[in-house]
Design a binder for this molecule. Structure first.
Ligand SMILES: [Mg+2]
Length: 275
């Protein structure tokens, strides 16, 4: 077990589960001290796994991107909402074989990789992620399938995504449209739901109460981590997080991942350890 902290309130950490965008990089730019922190943890033998709501990249895409920043990891070190959606369908609906997908090629690949038949005929499930080629016809097929009893799975609930020039609608916006049309509530895979965290924990094989969840969003990352009973660290860009009494606060707030190696500040109330 590697102990990454020296602060009195900082427990021994066996493993790390971390968000990517806003933590390790911002768009296409690396967050240099975060990359260095992961390199040091890797050298120290501390296992980590990345979790991302983004269903439009495969784990191999993420591996390539991180390699360009100097961090060398394996595809198994990345859990995407697409991969977890495929695993959830297999686990919750083992009898199901035919899925209709609205999403990126990476989402289709995730379904095919677990043996599902991606088709617009006799659909038994509808899986929706971010699809920049979405059409009314795709929405019609999804709505009809769900009204006929197909299972309804959404990769992530993000409504609005920042782009280089502004914003674009996220997967959550179109998932919400289909949910409104059908009046059927989808199973949402991504954060703040804990499914991806559970997948990452199973891969790390670390104890829940000595695994750290690192994220930059209280509404998604920190809530997912708390739902899975992990210790949580919010990496903040210096802007104070908005107070929202309905959200569970993080256990720690740092301005840089390098602080995790020294003396992170304990925030809020005394940390509640899970049994
Ligand atoms: Mg993020």
């Amino acid at each position: 077990m590697a102990n990454i902290g020296s602060h009195a309130n900082w427990p021994p950490i066996e493993g790390i589960i971390s968000d990517l965008d806003g933590v390790v990089y911002r768009g296409n730019a690396a967050i240099v001290d975060a990359v260095q922190a992961f390199e040091r943890w890797q050298a120290a033998g501390l296992p980590f796994c990345f979790v991302t709501n983004n269903s439009t990249h495969t784990p191999e895409d993420v591996v390539r991107k991180l390699k360009s920043f100097g961090l060398v990891i394996a595809p198994k070190d990345v859990v995407t909402s697409a991969i977890t959606a495929a695993e959830l369908i297999r686990a919750k609906h083992p009898e199901l074989t035919r899925v209709f997908v609205i999403g990126a090629p990476s989402l289709v690949k995730a379904m095919v990789d677990v043996g599902l038949d991606v088709t617009d005929r006799k659909r038994e499930a509808v899986v929706m992620g971010l699809d920049r080629q979405i059409t009314h016809e795709k929405l019609r097929i999804a709505v009809e399938a769900i009204l006929n009893g197909a299972a309804f799975i959404g990769t992530n609930p993000d409504l609005l995504l920042p782009t280089a020039g502004g914003f674009e609608p996220g997967a959550g916006a179109t998932i919400t449209a289909v949910a409104a049309a059908t009046q059927v509530k989808p199973l949402i895979v991504g954060k703040p739901e804990p499914h991806m965290i559970e997948t990452a924990l199973a891969r790390l094989e670390t104890a829940r109460d000595s695994t750290l969840l690192i994220g930059d969003q209280i509404q998604t990352d920190i809530q997912a981590g708390k739902q899975a009973s992990l210790l949580t660290v919010l990496v903040s860009t210096g802007v104070p997080p908005r107070e929202d009494p309905s959200l569970v606060p993080p256990d720690f707030i740092v301005s840089s991942l390098t602080e995790i190696q020294s003396t992170p500040a304990l925030v809020g109330h005394p940390r509640q350890r899970s049994a």
